[in-house]
Design a protein around this ligand. Structure first.
Ligand code: NAD
Length: 236
């Protein structure tokens, strides 16, 4: 089976009702990124940062995977599919994707500030990280999120996956957040790269030839998936 790697960003979850932030004047659900998504913000105001991520987590209960998440799952009948997502929601898993790598962490998990490998699921009864929820080192547990300014521990694993791809799909990402945006350069030079995003025509991806589909993921992606399934059935 050929290998497809789907690199997804906030845009794939937009039609499920989760806002992206680059489309909204730099605000994310009415918060400034610097106030809630950096290590400095955490050290300045634990309570605000916890409140923000607890709200994002609670939002997950009210949203569902959309056509785009679901169509990636359909590909698995004909291809080996890896999803590498910048998203912290769990909509790929809930849609049924088998292999999902979260580059920027997961809303449903919390971790120790002291030991980044001490990671626990958040209790699904409370759906929040509580103030005073301490790790074994006596420190407040934090969201399992890679904040701006922090290194991306799964980057190497993601690059290895991209290197093995026969086809790449880039979906709903501005290709502006590094190092995630650089992943494409680990791909072999001669493979097809599809870019599905309403702003696909306006985004530069230097030195790569890209098939641009300037549509929303929920309508553009299912068509690409149908095409790829047909190609696989025809032995291409
Ligand atoms: P981004 O930089 O990936 O930009 C959003 C992209 O989505 C834009 O290119 C926009 O044109 C596109 N888009 C908007 N509606 C779309 C649709 N219906 N279909 C397809 N594409 C669409 O993402 P961002 O919002 O700037 O977020 C950057 C980081 O912030 C992420 O990497 C993530 O860590 C975090 N974030 C996560 C979520 C989530 O988990 N759902 C949401 C917002 C932000």
């Amino acid at each position: 089976m050929k290998r497809i790697v789907a690199i997804t960003g906030a845009g794939i979850s937009a039609e499920s009702g989760i806002k992206t932030f680059r489309d909204e004047d730099g605000l994310w659900e009415n918060y400034r990124i610097e106030d809630v998504a950096t290590p400095e913000a955490w050290h300045k105001d634990y309570k605000l940062v916890l409140h923000f991520y607890n709200e994002r987590l609670k939002q997950l209960i009210h949203v569902s995977p959309n056509n785009a998440h679901l169509s990636l799952v359909r590909l698995e009948a004909n291809y080996e599919v890896d999803v590498i997502t910048q998203n912290v929601d769990d909509l790929h898993e809930r849609a049924g994707s088998s292999k999902v790598l979260h580059l920027h962490g997961e809303l449903r998990k919390k971790r120790s500030q002291v030991d980044p490998n001490y990671i626990l699921p958040i209790d699904s009864n409370t759906n929040e990280i509580q103030l005073g929820d301490l790790c074994p080192y006596g420190q407040q547990m934090r969201p399992h999120i890679v904040w701006f300014g922090e290194s991306v521990p799964k980057m190497e694993e993601a690059a290895d996956i991209v290197q093995k791809a026969d086809i790449i799909l880039i979906i709903g990402t501005s290709m502006a957040v590094y190092p995630a945006a650089g992943l494409i350069y680990y791909a072999k030079n001669d493979i097809p790269v599809y870019y599905i995003d309403p702003k696909a025509d306006q985004t530069t991806i230097p030195n790569r030839s890209v098939i641009r589909i300037a549509q929303k993921a929920g309508s553009g992606l299912p068509k690409v998936v149908d095409e790829l399934i047909e190609m696989s059935k025809n032995g291409n």
